[in-house]
Design a protein around this ligand. Sequence first.
Ligand code: NAI
Ligand code: MG
Length: 339
Amino acid sequence: MAYAVTLLPGDGIGPEVIGAAVKVLESTGVEFEWDEHVAGMTAFESGGDPLPQAVLASIDQTRLALKGPLTTPVGTGFRSVNVRIRQHFDTFANVRPAQSLPNTRARFDGLDLLLYRENTEGLYAGIEYFDERNQIADSIARVTRRGSERILRFAIEDAVSRGRKRITLVHKANILKLSSGMFLEIGREIAKDYPAIEFDDRIVDNMAMQLVIQPERYDCIVTTNLFGDILSDLMSGLVGGLGVTGAANIGDDCAIFEAVHGSAPDIAGQGIANPTAVIRSGAMLLRHVGESAAAIAIEEALYAVYAEGTHLTSDLGGSSSTSQFTNQLVSHINASVIA
Ligand code: NAI
Ligand code: MG
């Protein structure tokens, strides 16, 4: 059986890294039926709509997508299509692992952190007002009990199911007493149902500092939308940068896989982007649909290529192109499939 998956190559380096990920996913022998569509700046420039109806219709059918990064204009212009897709399909849990690979020049080794970011509300709820006359801008951080309960329960249950030992709720409840305060209170309530995992909390600014100094002391993190966005980039930095961290947007009946990184306009079109992040997202997709053996084959081959260190991309100090790296990875996967 072939898996029907919506494929959104995206903007900037998107088509380069998604092309690599498709090649790697197909090399495992698992079959896919890709339903490819444009979205983001590319779609806006060609058809005037950054989120064409066809994209929503496709994901409505497949309930499964692999997406490249989408450019969002800064300040003015259309609203983030990423945020709109997450809200439309109610993929409330954004799961972002940060696992070390060899030879990345990262400052730390052996890290295996896992961040769960609330993905549909908080400061990204899209509730913004501008009082033209008085020049006052408001962005509302909407936190709901329902939204908090479902991400917190998802995160704690998922962490337990992975055999993780500890989960830290990150907040700013000392200042944001209502929104962050409720999130913390609900987290403490729900954690009582799961004595198998240690639960604690940190204030976000302290957490940022702790992660930079002693990340090995942490395990899983669960937090609201904005803090999760920022801390997940920080965690990417701990394991080698944005080129290496994948992510999953998970809802009750829909899952969308993408890298943590954006469209990287500074290196787009040069064939030098690191596809590892999207490839790891692809491995998460495989695990999600139950193709664990294929996911493991990709993860082991990635580890082997990094351990060799001869085919790394320039973000990690190597001199290989996106396709040289990808071909090396595929040859490892082929060898393991044959072995
Ligand atoms: P970015 O993540 O695109 O790039 C930040 C830095 O990391 C750049 O120096 C870039 O070259 C490098 N980088 C990122 N991915 C890389 C890769 N795979 N290989 C090698 N180097 C890589 O963040 P930036 O520049 O802040 O955002 C650019 C655009 O992407 C913006 O329009 C933003 O809105 C959008 N964006 C989209 C996301 C998504 O679609 N999920 C997520 C984050 C940003
Ligand atoms: Mg981000």
